[in-house]
Write a protein that binds this ligand. Sequence first.
Ligand code: AMP
Ligand code: MG
Length: 353
Amino acid sequence: MKYKKIAVNLIFVTCCAVAVFAVAYYSMGDSAKQSEPYSSTFYSMSTMVQQSLYSNNAQEAALLLQTELVEFEQLTSLYVASSDIAMINEQAGISAVKVDAITASLLAQAKGLTLSSEGAFAITIAPLTLEWGITTQSPSVPSNEKIEQLLLLVDDSAVIIDEENSTVMLKQEGQALDLGGIAKGYACNIARDIYEQYGVESAWLSIGGNIYVKGTKPNGEHYKIGFRDPSSTEVASVASVEIKDAVFSVSGGYERYFEEDGVQYHHIIDPKTGRPSNSDVLTVGIIHEDGVKADYYSTALFVKGMQEVIAYFEQGGTGMAIDIDNNFYVSADLEQSFELTDGEYTPIFIKAK
Ligand code: AMP
Ligand code: MG
């Protein structure tokens, strides 16, 4: 099946229901244009992107999204030499860099979030992500000395943003930005805005562990999203949940990793240790109407650990998470739309206090 070929950790579980409905709707004549979704798949932001839209303007909206994601990557990728982020990194400790208003506003939002992460999330993590190279072709384990040295550069309070003039500067030479922890969530927000602009009422978008859902299926049913089993090498789901007008972002150590001397090293670095985070969370999925927040919280809570995940649900946050002992915690607001698909897990619902 198509979804197995790509490394998404969220799985649609009701494609069939959509297809069955589409056949019934097709016989309704004038509305036939909306009876089948317009779907497209393309590669962007180091991952496969899939979208499926019901609208008379679906193709135009889908194409515009593809163009805008390419532009967004050109602007904000650490790995594109001409990007705003690469320029800011190059000029670290030297001068402020004039950037696109999108870059400045995303950095301002990111900084606001990361400063409240109690050190679990840092957009200045780049010196370490680059040294580990986990998302590159040649990853390796850095020496302890190197890690200690690079840790001194991780400090989000040193990101100086002037939103009015659209300039950004990193205070210290050697510092560097990596927006990998929130960029795909932002991409979901771009999709949200484009779908809105084109009057798309029903759609979903999947981009590297983040799924955005707009509206309901044309028959009024909710879209159901699968939550991937972190201990399975297959893309299998442990549960599904209904989503509407929200982003479901998932972080897990199984997403990207390499092995050295029999040890697995994944791509989410604990800014306190400079090493892949070693918390008790195997996977955490957060649902939020703002894609940046969903993406941020899933990464930050993956680093923080299950106690913090539970506290987040108690404070009214929405999502689900599995820990190293296979405890499966789900925020109680999802109880009605939640469906267990793997009997080996027993969900523990956490109520907001
Ligand atoms: P995600 O898949 O959304 O959990 O984000 C993981 C990506 O965020 C990594 O590939 C890095 O680019 C970046 N990253 C890794 N560790 C951190 C961290 N502690 N804080 C912020 N970003 C991080
Ligand atoms: Mg994230």
